[in-house]
Design a binder for this molecule. Structure first.
Ligand code: BTN
Length: 280
């Protein structure tokens, strides 16, 4: 479809539109909005140096150097997605911080389910899949001295909202999807963002007070990989086997196919296989 034929909702993620009726305690109370940025995470890191309040959101309609995990780039065309970074100051032990990536992914999934009645799945630890296509990712980074007063967690969130298939460049077209592609209709980005901020804050406050059991339960119930045969790259190591559990520490448990036994992996990159050697 040519872009001139495409119907977009005339939405811009203006702070005053997002904040209209936003009932959070702190998330999104301060929004920095840009029509274009290299990367919202990069801008959030600059802002973290001037000690902003927790809950600051950096939003861009377009990123020219959007970043994904493991040094990859993140395709961020103008006006079609939600490209944002949320700054948090979690008073949690360092070992708990990786679970905030899962928390953010679960919050995006819950917001999409509540707003659009779609059912995305969480691909441990940071991706969301819908109709077997990646529709969102989380890039969590730290800024400032860990444990110090100026320490921040930068939760970078990318959600493919209103792209159509031909918007994605060649190599992404096979793998990437959008909410619009699954729903068959354009999506109101403002309503979705407002819902995400509300759900994220609610989950975050709950987890900081009561722990991550609820987030972990959600990720297990809505998992893209549990029960599947996967390969996980973690640092220099590669593991192959069946994904059998998300552990209470947030790690992925694999039942190894060659050595036997299980292994718990705290951080890594998962590829899924539908059969023993065929990549899904
Ligand atoms: C991944 O799946 O690898 C994570 C993708 C994270 C992309 C988002 S878009 C907003 C924020 N700014 C960035 O440069 N990256 C994150």
């Amino acid at each position: 479809m040519a872009s001139s034929e495409r119907e977009y909702l005339p939405d811009r993620l203006y702070p005053w539109e997002v904040q209209k009726g936003l009932a959070t305690g702190f998330a999104g109370h301060w929004i920095e909005y840009y029509t274009e940025l290299p990367s919202t995470n990069r801008r959030a890191r600059e802002l973290a140096a001037v000690n902003p309040p927790e809950g600051l959101v950096v939003l861009a309609e377009k990123q020219t150097a959007g970043r994904g995990r493991l040094g990859r780039s993140w395709f961020s065309p103008a006006g079609t997605g939600i490209w944002m970074t949320l700054l948090l100051k979690p008073a949690l032990p360092p070992g708990e911080l990786p679970k905030l990536t899962l928390l953010a992914a679960a919050a995006v999934a819950r917001a999409i389910a509540a707003e659009l009645k779609l059912a995305p799945l969480v691909k441990w630890p940071n991706d969301l899949y819908l109709d077997s296509r990646k529709i969102a990712g989380v890039l969590a980074e730290t800024a400032g001295q860990a444990g110090g007063p100026g320490a921040y967690l930068l939760l970078g969130i990318g959600i493919n909202v209103n792209q159509v298939s031909t918007d994605f460049p060649g190599e992404l077209r096979e793998k990437a999807g959008s909410l619009r592609m699954s729903l068959g209709a354009p999506v109101d980005r403002i309503a979705l963002l407002r819902r995400f901020l509300t759900v994220l804050e609610e989950e975050y406050v709950y987890a900081c007070e009561k722990g991550f059991a609820r987030v972990l339960a959600y990720c297990r119930q809505h998992s893209f990989i549990l029960g599947r045969y996967v390969e996980v790259r973690s640092g220099d190591r590669r593991y192959r086997g069946r994904a059998v559990a998300i552990r209470d520490d947030g790690g992925l448990e694999l039942l190894l196919d060659d050595e036997g036994g299980t292994v718990g992996i705290l951080a890594g990159e998962v590829s899924c296989f539908s059969g023993a050697h065929e990549q899904a």
